[in-house]
Design a protein around this ligand. Structure first.
Ligand SMILES: [Zn+2]
Length: 88
């Protein structure tokens, strides 16, 4: 049993941010991955992937849901992850 994630979208936990950045980077995550960060689903940051993709979740655009502090934190993590860097 993991700890309760009672925080809001503007105060994402570390596990939530990490998984969310990974979801943004690869485009999807497995529902198994949300064991560590169930808050992402509860807060609407991850949605079930449409079509026949059971167990898959896709990230929802951050601007709509996150508060300014988490957006700044997320921006930092996204920058660190290199997903905005051109390929090659
Ligand atoms: Zn959380």
């Amino acid at each position: 049993m993991t700890e309760a994630h009672t925080h809001g979208a503007d105060d994402l936990c570390g596990a939530g941010l990490t998984l969310y950045v990974r979801a943004l980077r690869v485009g999807r995550v497995s529902t198994d991955d949300t064991d560590e960060a169930p808050c992402l689903v509860g807060l609407g940051l991850l949605d079930p992937e449409p079509g026949n993709a059971p167990g898959r979740l896709r990230p929802v655009a951050p601007a709509a849901t996150l508060g300014s502090e988490s957006r700044a934190q997320l921006g930092y993590l996204i920058g660190q992850s290199g997903i905005l860097d051109p390929p090659g």
